[in-house]
Design a protein around this ligand. Structure first.
Ligand code: FES
Length: 422
């Protein structure tokens, strides 16, 4: 059955039903109507250099192998054997000539085809290997090194789906004409909390920063007296578009206290020339954003992450550190350490956020808590079009992008997906 989401999310009034974070039917519908037809982040291009390089991830709860085939094309397959359904790849990442199922030994090539079947003489003549290859994700596209997949065979292109969001994403991905590279491994951790709590925060929530991160801001302050007034009272903007993508960013404060080595290395004049003043003073150096539904990023930290749904109450966070390819080694190391210190699994900001999401989730199943609506009204009616900033913007402290996130969520939840068409 499909839940009536029209009564659960009302972006017009800013009220959200807390059951969207706890209800199993809502969650199952998200798998079918959001994760089975949205562009989902799979991996970074720098994780694949030669045929057979692979990385295992998830689209929703479906296990996926992302690999480079012999023609050096990046392809993605459902990591489930066509025989009895076991995974054909158990490693997180690596190099393979083929993927061989450890249950009975069916083996699949880098193009997904079934290449070997033990005791194949036992099958009837009607058994054709070409009918039993791995299920392939029909749409895999790349945007400035980020690889996304989409199960909808007729999905609009990734670039079209991102729309105005590209201008904001480019502030991180196109900062260096050489592009970005991955440093270190993929950091993974489990959080008690619904995936949307994290995705919406990265899309819209700057309101929490001074309160939730007060001690972290104090620690990072060069004077030990806490952040300067211009940082504590920073202004900025948040952007959203009608596909639910969003990015919020303060304007660049004069006295930064983060990743100094990195800031000293940047040639800001060249960046202003290349990407324009408004990006350098905003999304290039600051902020965070979400590509709907569950990919988020922090440009200045070089953190990109996926909030993998694991049931209504649990998510797995997978986080990469990406850097400008041209960065010299010592700057890379400073950036890597800065990201670890702030938004690694035990990072001083990451800990605050995870604690908040788990706190909200832990009490959400009470009858009264679950039936009392939540407030997303800040900045209602203040959306605007601004010269120099593509898409719709609002004040930095606003729930505007959150309302856009849930507007898109509700739109997809109530619309049959490609696999439901007659
Ligand atoms: Fe894979 Fe049987 S489940 S070979």
């Amino acid at each position: 059955s499909v839940p009536d989401v029209s009564t659960m999310v009302d972006p017009g009034s800013g009220a959200v039903d807390r059951a969207i974070f706890t209800d199993r039917t809502v969650y199952d519908t998200e798998m079918r109507r959001i994760f089975a037809r949205s562009w989902l982040f799979l991996a970074h291009r720098d994780q694949f250099h030669k045929p057979g390089d692979f990385f295992q991830t998830f689209m929703g709860e479906d296990p996926i192998i992302v690999t480079m085939d012999k023609q050096k094309r990046i392809r993605a397959y459902l990591n489930s054997c066509r025989h009895r359904g076991a995974r054909v790849c158990r490693a997180d990442e690596g190099q393979a000539k083929a993927f061989t199922c450890t249950y009975h030994g069916w083996s699949f090539g880098l193009d997904g085809s079934l290449i070997s079947v033990p005791n194949s003489g036992g099958y009837p003549e009607t058994f054709q290997r070409e009918d039993w290859g791995l299920v392939e994700v029909p749409n895999v596209q790349e945007y400035h090194g980020l690889i996304f997949g989409n199960w909808d065979p007729d999905a609009m292109s990734l670039e079209e789906d991102l729309g105005d969001m590209r201008w904001y994403l480019d502030a991180m991905l196109d900062r260096d004409p050489e592009g970005t590279v991955v440093v270190g491994g993929v950091m993974k951790w489990v959080l008690h909390g619904n995936w949307k709590l994290a995705a919406e925060q990265f899309a819209t929530d700057w309101y929490h920063v001074n309160m939730s991160h007060a001690s972290a801001l104090q620690v990072l302050s060069p004077t030990g007296q806490g952040p300067k007034k211009e940082i504590a009272e920073r202004t900025g903007r948040q952007f959203h578009n009608d596909h639910g993508h969003a990015h919020g960013f303060p304007v660049h404060p004069k006295n930064r206290f983060d990743a100094k080595t990195v800031h000293q290395w940047y040639d800001y004049d060249a960046l202003r020339e290349r990407l324009g003043d408004s990006r350098v003073e905003g999304p290039l150096t600051n902020g965070h954003g979400t590509v709907f539904p569950n990919f988020s990023y922090l440009p200045i930290n070089g953190s990109i992450r996926v909030w993998h749904p694991k049931g209504p109450d649990r998510m797995e966070v997978w986080a990469w550190t990406i850097l400008d390819r041209s960065m010299p080694e010592e700057v890379r190391e400073a950036q890597r350490l800065y990201n670890l210190r702030t938004f690694g699994p035990s990072g001083i900001f990451e800990q605050d956020d995870g604690e908040n999401w788990s706190e909200c989730q832990a009490i959400a199943h009470g009858f009264m808590t679950n039936t009392t609506p939540l407030n997303y009204q800040m900045g209602i009616g203040s959306d605007r079009e601004e010269p120099g900033y593509p898409g719709t913007t609002s004040e930095l402290l606003s729930d505007s992008a959150g309302r856009a996130f849930y507007r898109r969520w509700a739109e997809l939840m109530r619309t049959p997906a490609w696999h439901e068409q007659a």
